[in-house]
Design a protein around this ligand. Sequence first.
Ligand code: HEC
Length: 133
Amino acid sequence: VTRWPAFIGVFGALVTAQAVASQKAPAVGVQRPAAMPAGDEEAGREAYAEDCRACHSGAIAPTLKGVAGRAIAAVPGYTYSAGLKGKAGKKWTPAELNAFMADPRGYAPGSKMMLKVEDAQKRADIIAFLQSL
Ligand code: HEC
C-alpha cells in the first residue's frame, strides 16, 4: 500500500510526458525548414563578401543575383557540372540553398564548388542576404 503514491507519481509523469509529446508542433513557415535558424541579412552580406564574392562576381562561377527562387543551373553561358545540371528543373529555395552550401558535392556530386559553409547560422544569414539580391 505504501508504494501506491510513488506508482501514481510515476504514472502521472508518464501521462504528462505523453501529453506534451503529442501536442502538435507549431506550424512551420514554408520558406524556412524547421531546422534552419532565422537569417540576418546584414551578417549575410559580410559573410558573402568574405566567402562567396571572389568567385561569384567573375567568370569562375555563375552570378548569384536573383538566385533565390531561380531555377538551378540556369545562368546562360555558364558551364555547370553534371551534378548540378542534374538538379535543373528544381528551384533554389532556402532549403535547397541550405543543403547545397552545407555540402556542395554531397548535394550535387562532382560539383565545381567545393566550399562548405558548416555553420548553420552563417548559412541562414547568407540565404537572407541572397534573397535581397
Ligand atoms: C572557389 C570558388 C567559389 C566560392 C568561394 C563559392 N562558390 Fe558558389 N559556385 C562556384 C562554382 C564553380 C559553381 C558552379 C558549380 C557547379 O557547376 O557544380 C558555384 C555554384 C553556386 C550556386 C549555384 C548557382 C546556380 O546558378 O545554380 C550557388 C547557389 C552558390 N554557388 C552559392 C555560393 C555561396 C552562397 C558561396 C559563399 C558561401 C559560394 N557559392 C562560394 C564557385 C564558388
